[in-house]
Design a protein around this ligand. Sequence first.
Ligand code: ZN
Ligand code: ZN
Length: 216
Amino acid sequence: MRIKADLHVHTTYSKDSVITPKELVYYAKQKGLNAVAVTDHNYLEGAYEIAKKTDFLIIPGVEVSSSDGHIVALNVKELIPRGFSAAETVELIHRAGGVAIACHPHVYFKGCLRDKVCSSFDAIEVINARAFPFNNSVKKAEETAQRLGLSKVAGTDAHYGPQIGYAYTIIETLEPTVEAIAKAIVEGKCQAFGQAIPAIVNIKDQYTRLKYRLKK
Ligand SMILES: [Zn+2]
Ligand SMILES: [Zn+2]
């Protein structure tokens, strides 16, 4: 079966996102997704909390701040500590039974890995819908994926509900479970699709997040 999943979304468990658990499921369904990965910054428990409270398929994950840049870990049962090198972080993710994804490896303004992406990663996020400059970041990430022979995935890095689903990964899997999805990604049974989030949506995002911060 085919699973359509946004593999990189932040919720209110990340301090910089305004996506509540309810909005997460609402927008994921509205965009026709079958699954969504919750990848809050250095925080894992929220993903499991959300998964417990909904029938929608939630892939638990965490975006780890390694000393070399951000790394998304999917299907880990324990929090991966921040501050280790990229290679060390990938090893910790594998020991925790997870999938290591080099997210937004070539963008400006973000903790990106650039030449620290190595063949021990399982996948590269070739499309990150919030990446800037978008086309150039996709091209460079595609080249790195080819060179290292890594699986290609896509996600939005959404911090605002309407951003969800502009990029997604199609995963060929035997069953709709987190384990099967994780295995399929490692085996390369996945394809990345998507586009840059339209500017108007990102402007609304900035406005909404500013309002949210002022209210707190
Ligand atoms: Zn990041
Ligand atoms: Zn992110």
